[in-house]
Each structure stands twice: as structure tokens, then as C-alpha cells.
Design a protein around this ligand. Structure first.
Ligand code: HEM
Length: 439
């Protein structure tokens, strides 16, 4: 879009103007994406929203072409995937892009979320923007889980069996829910069919929620690494060309790294067991989910004891969903008036500890619970590490964050973005002096 907006809101000339005066999509794009004022101090972590948008489109496109060759039937699914790999023109590329794409989609979404946590982007007035993000995360998880079942390999089948069975822990209605999910009395053809139908549908739901996410973003404006609101035009730049260029560079780097895996190590994130066709009578020795589910899987397994009257299995399921539930209420758990961790000396440390905790949870989720953590200390097992890291996860959100809001003494905030960017130092004003006011 090169042309500017005219006084009636129309854009450009000729056909564009004709369309725009009837359906103002061009002037909308101009206003919301080209002229949109964004803080001038974004760092590279602000690239991930654009990267995620690209990944969502890539996943939908490759998925649609895969679906043209895939057969959702227990007797044919595995072979249809092999056929895609061997006989369909560029089928291998489509499949490897889609499978590795899921991994890179999750890498990007986790970086995007931790960015939000570090810089306090979930705080007012962006609470709803954050919560829509958590809805997207849940939808992404459901989509990825059902997609993994489709190739009908051993891990597809057994992963689906283990995870769907979790719902049986729900009192009274649990078994009926599982029967409904399965469409029968075990994971079988009806299960594969409904998972295929939903796996096709959910990305479009995600697309819808992403639109709401971005609308919410454009109402509040973006946060930035300092967490202070722009005070005027001196603190912002138009999105185009500044951030369209920066986003393009970031995207190119990200896609290059992904391409390295797609072309040179396409099965790096895969599970060898899934190259064996599903066999309901042969249980694999270790049933592990994909890496991006491992921290949640670790939390599920770490609650292997009853909590009061709640049975261990149900408690594990509740803890697993609770791990995402705490993210929903995060804006209200963190009471500190300062957004960015740059100015929060204690929070900054606990942020890094939480990140480490999540990585260890991922490690725990991928190991058998009875294994020793260190070769020399057989008494210290993976399950013990799971207890500690699960405890810390909830302790961080439910206890530490509310307390930090009371006891932490933040550093002084800069008066404005320009002042900090141009090296004017900080104002010396108390950090708690209305740090989250609107510009
Ligand atoms: C398909 C997945 C997603 C897409 C396409 C997406 C897209 C975007 C885009 C384009 C932006 C603006 C650019 C940027 O700040 O990076 C953004 C910002 C944001 N997103 Fe997402 N997002 C997704 C998932 C999530 C998730 C899972 C969360 C959190 C749970 C989240 C939380 C946020 C927040 C808090 C902001 C505002 C950041 C700021 O201004 O500092 N998003 N998102």
C-alpha cells in the first residue's frame, strides 16, 4: 500500500478507491498497519507476534494440501502418510514443513509468552489481550494433540489412549466423556475420524481468536521493553516501514533455522516409535508426548498422591489444567505496578528461575519417573525432581508474585521512552508513582 489516505477515508485511486469507498478495507489496513504508531524501542522479542502469524498461515496451508492426500481411516492412515512421503510430488516437503512447523510454532509461542511475562505485557490495560493469548495456547495444544494422532503410528495411538483416558478421572461423568471422545470403547476408527475433523477445524478457530487478539492489541497499543507508556510522537514510529522491515528480518532468520531442520534433520524432534504402525496389542515401553507438552505431562505425573479427598489421578489432571489456569489469572496475581522486569530487581531473578523450572519440568516429563537424576545418587529419582519443580511452578504464581507486589522495591522508571533511548538516564521519580498511566 503506497498511497495515502484522503479526507473521506478512501485510499489510493481507481479501483482501490472504488472498493474502499464501499468497503474500507484499504484505509483500515493503512490506519492499523502502516500508520499505526508503535513504541520506538522494540527489541527482537517483539518479532514473535509476526512470526506466529506467519507460522499459523504456513500450518494451515501445508495442512490443507496434506489433507488432500491423507485418509482418516485406521486401516489406511499410516500407508497414506507413507504415500505422501514417497509418491506425492513434494509430499515429503509438505509433511516435514507441517511436522517441524508444529515444533517451531510452539517454540515461537513460548518465547512470545515468556517475553510477555518478562516485560509485564499482561498487566493492565492488556489483561484481555493476554487472556485471549491463553485461549490461543489451549486451542494450539488441542490441535497439536489431535494432529499427532493422524499418522496412526504407535505413539499416535498410545498417546491418544493415555491422554483421553485422563478424562475418566472426572467424577460421575468421566467415563461417559471418554466414550464420547472415542466414539466407542477404545481409541479406534471413529476417534481418528473425529480427531481429523477437529484438527482441520481448530486452526480456523485459532485464526479467529488471533484476529481478536490483534484487535485488542490495537486498542491498547503495544507494550515495550521499558514498560512505560509512550508520552507522544517522540516516543513512537509508524509501524511501516520500521517494524515491517524489522519483522521481515526476524522472520527470515527464524525461517532459516526452521528450514535447516526441515532439510537436514527433519526427524530431530520426532519419535522413532511413530514410524511403526499403531498396534493396540503392543504397548511401547515409554509413552511420551511431543516435547512441547512435556512440562505439563511432568506436572500431571508428579501428583501421584491423594490430596485430601481428591484421588491422585484426578488431582494430577487438575494440576495439569491448573498450570494453564494460573496463566489466565496472572494479571491479577502480579500486583506490582511496574511492568518491565528491568526495573524489578527481585522479579527479574524469579523470572529466570521460573524459566529454568519449566525447562527442568520438560526434562522430567521426558524421563521414566523411576530413573535416578544423578548416576551417583540413586535415591534421588526423577519423580522427586518432579515434586520440587511442580511445587515451584505453582509457588511462583500463587504465592511469590502476590508477595513481590507488596515487598519488592522497584527501581526508578525513566520519564519517557525517548529519554531512556537517547541516554537521558532515569528521572529518579519513585517507580510506584503511577507507572502504568496511559499516554
Ligand atoms: C497463534 C498464536 C499467536 C499469534 C499469531 C499472536 C500474535 C500477536 C501479535 C501479531 C502481536 C503483536 C506483536 C508482538 O507484540 O509480538 C501479539 C502481541 C501479544 N501477544 Fe500474541 N499471538 C499469539 C499467541 C499468544 C499467546 C499464547 C499469548 C499469551 C498467553 C500472547 C500474548 C500476547 C501479548 C501479551 C501481546 C502484547 C505484547 C506487548 O505489547 O508487549 N499471544 N501477539
Amino acid at each position: 500500500m503506497s498511497a495515502g489516505t484522503n479526507q473521506t477515508g478512501g485510499t489510493g485511486s481507481g479501483l482501490v478507491k472504488w472498493i474502499d469507498s464501499r468497503l474500507p478495507i484499504f484505509s483500515y489496513m493503512q490506519k492499523e498497519y502502516a500508520e499505526f504508531e508503535a513504541p520506538k524501542n522494540f527489541n527482537w522479542f517483539w518479532n514473535f507476534g509476526a512470526i506466529l502469524t506467519f507460522m499459523l498461515v504456513l500450518m494451515i496451508m501445508t495442512g490443507i494440501f496434506l489433507a488432500m492426500q491423507y485418509t482418516p481411516h485406521t486401516g489406511l492412515a499410516f500407508d497414506s502418510v507413507e504415500r505422501i512421503m514417497r509418491d506425492v510430488n513434494f509430499g515429503w516437503l509438505l509433511r516435514y514443513l507441517h511436522a517441524n512447523g508444529a515444533t517451531f510454532f510452539f517454540i515461537a509461542v513460548y518465547i512470545h509468552m515468556f517475553r510477555g511475562m518478562y516485560y509485564g505485557s499482561y498487566k493492565g490495560p492488556r489483561e484481555l489481550l493476554w487472556m485471549l493469548g491463553v485461549v490461543i495456547l489451549l486451542l494450539m495444544m488441542a490441535t497439536a494433540f489431535m494432529g499427532y494422532v493422524l499418522p496412526w503410528g504407535q505413539m499416535s495411538f498410545w498417546g491418544a489412549t493415555v491422554i483421553t483416558n485422563l478424562f475418566s478421572a472426572i467424577p460421575l461423568v468421566g467415563d461417559s466423556i471418554v466414550t464420547l471422545l472415542w466414539g466407542g470403547f477404545s481409541v479406534d476408527n471413529p476417534t481418528l475420524n473425529r480427531f481429523f475433523a477437529l484438527h482441520y477445524l481448530f486452526p480456523f478457530l485459532i485464526f479467529g481468536v488471533v484476529i481478536l487478539h490483534v484487535i485488542a492489541l490495537h486498542v491498547t497499543g503495544s507494550n515495550n521493553p521499558l514498560g512505560v507508556d509512550p508520552k507522544g510522537p517522540q516516543d513512537t514510529v509508524p509501524f511501516h516501514p520500521y517494524y515491517t522491515m524489522k519483522d521481515s528480518v526476524g522472520l527470515a532468520v527464524f525461517v532459516t533455522i526452521m528450514a535447516a531442520f526441515v532439510f537436514f534433520a527433519p526427524n530431530f524432534f520426532g519419535e522413532p516409535e511413530n514410524y511403526l504402525e499403531a498396534a493396540p496389542l503392543v504397548t511401547p515401553a515409554h509413552i511420551v508426548p511431543e516435547w512441547y507438552f512435556l512440562p505439563f505431562f511432568a506436572i500431571l505425573r508428579s501428583i501421584d498422591f491423594n490430596i485430601w479427598f481428591i484421588d491422585a489421578k484426578l488431582a494430577g489432571v487438575l494440576a495439569m489444567f491448573g498450570a494453564i489456569g494460573v496463566l489466565f489469572i496472572l494479571p491479577w496475581l502480579d500486583k506490582s505496578p511496574v511492568r518491565s522486569a528491568k526495573f524489578r530487581p527481585m522479579y527479574k531473578w524469579f523470572f529466570w528461575i521460573l524459566l529454568l523450572d519449566c525447562i527442568i519440568l520438560g526434562y522430567v516429563g521426558g524421563k521414566p519417573t523411576d530413573d535416578a537424576v544423578f548416576a551417583g545418587a540413586a535415591w534421588f529419582k526423577i519423580i522427586h525432581l518432579g515434586y520440587i519443580t511442580t511445587f515451584w511452578y505453582f509457588f511462583h504464581f500463587l504465592i511469590l508474585l502476590p508477595l513481590l507486589g507488596i515487598f519488592e522495591r522497584p527501581k526508578p522508571l525513566p520519564k519517557s521512552i525517548s529519554e531512556a533511548v537517547l541516554g537521558g538516564g532515569t528521572s529518579g521519580a519513585a517507580a510506584t508513582a503511577k507507572p502504568m498511566e496511559k499516554a
